[in-house]
Design a protein around this ligand. Sequence first.
Ligand SMILES: [Zn+2]
Ligand SMILES: [Zn+2]
Length: 134
Amino acid sequence: MRNKLIVLLIFVAGLGIGFAASDAYQVSVNGHPSKIQVEKDKETLLVPITLPAAGENDQFTVTLHRDDTAKKVDVKIESPKLKLRGATDCYYCTGNGMCANDYPPGSGRNYSNLTDGGCNGTGRCYHCSGTGKL
Ligand SMILES: [Zn+2]
Ligand SMILES: [Zn+2]
């Protein structure tokens, strides 16, 4: 009886995943797959992106590439600041490149199992773009 219940649960979970994947767009941020959920408003896709305001003035260039055939949205977030990269280990992620806000680290989800905005659901440390170096 117990085995049957487990099998049934897996089957239902599998159906859920299959349904979501057929209709949902896969988002990638700076080349990293993201857990971001895209909403559709008629023909427009709404992509929730988090941008960190660390200083008084921050500048970002956000580029969206939507591919309806592949059902994906590639997001590119560029900041002039992030190009200043040295050989110092990133102290936000202790140099491993994984988002420290995530649970578990690098999963792209927070403690409540929701998409983590800090890393835009990519699981990559946004301070060093997942390189581990600042
Ligand atoms: Zn994160
Ligand atoms: Zn880092």
